[in-house]
Design a protein around this ligand. Structure first.
Ligand SMILES: [Fe+2]
Ligand SMILES: [Fe+2]
Length: 221
């Protein structure tokens, strides 16, 4: 094969790989490991996982307002669900929206700002606790902020992701969401509110929060 022939062969062989990488970077297709991850973690896509959790969060706020002994347990469950839910969105879903959607940068910035404001309320709620003064007032404030934010995510971000991102890539994103939620911190942390800090917090604060949860759970028995 002549010099020109060799160059042409190399170009033909490498072009599809480059194209796949570039498309994956743009959030439109799935990287190679995704098929296996999706098989292991189930085929639910990110929008389905997160929308289901939005419904659970709404119910969780109602349960956490109920009086009596179950209030503490319901509160802990709600805080944990909110923490892992937002961690996955901030670390994986908003970055994909930012890259893949038209006006994705502004859209993701608005969602992150809402999450930052809601987190301030959740930190105050966490510190107050279900036995503290002003608990129901703070719970209600946080409920309004979180459910309004969730409705905007579904309407503006998730619907657009379904249009712009392939079904395979969304399923892979669902796997990333589930994996992240298995290790993420379980309580709100004020400074953990974007992609970088969430990725940093998962191996540091995740195990710490879970160890504290286990101790508290043991002491409560
Ligand atoms: Fe969110
Ligand atoms: Fe959400």
């Amino acid at each position: 094969m002549g010099k020109l022939g060799k160059t042409a062969a190399v170009t033909t062989a490498t072009k599809p790989l480059w194209t796949a990488r570039a498309a994956a970077k743009a959030g439109k297709t799935a990287p190679a490991w995704s098929a296996k991850a999706v098989r292991v973690l189930g085929g639910e896509d990110a929008v389905d996982v997160l929308t289901r959790q939005h419904r659970q969060i709404k119910i969780g706020f109602l349960r956490a307002a109920l009086p009596g002994p179950p209030r503490r347990r319901n509160f802990d469950r709600l805080m944990r669900l909110l923490a892992v839910h937002e961690a996955a969105e901030e670390a994986h879903v908003h970055p994909v929206a930012r890259r893949a959607l038209e006006h994705g940068r502004e859209l993701a910035a608005r969602r992150r700002q809402e999450e930052k404001e809601a987190k301030e309320l959740l930190v105050a709620l966490w510190r107050t606790g279900p036995e503290g003064r002003g608990y129901l007032r703070l719970l209600n404030q946080a409920r309004r902020a979180v459910t309004g934010h969730a409705a905007r995510e579904e309407r503006e971000e998730f619907a657009a992701l379904r249009e712009a991102v392939s079904a395979t890539r969304l399923r892979m994103l669902g796997a990333e969401v589930k994996l992240t939620q298995a290790y993420a911190p379980t309580r709100p942390h004020r400074w953990v509110n974007n992609e970088a800090t969430n990725k940093l917090a998962a191996p540091l604060l995740g195990p710490l929060d879970r160890a504290r949860d286990a101790v508290r759970h043991r002491m409560a028995r």
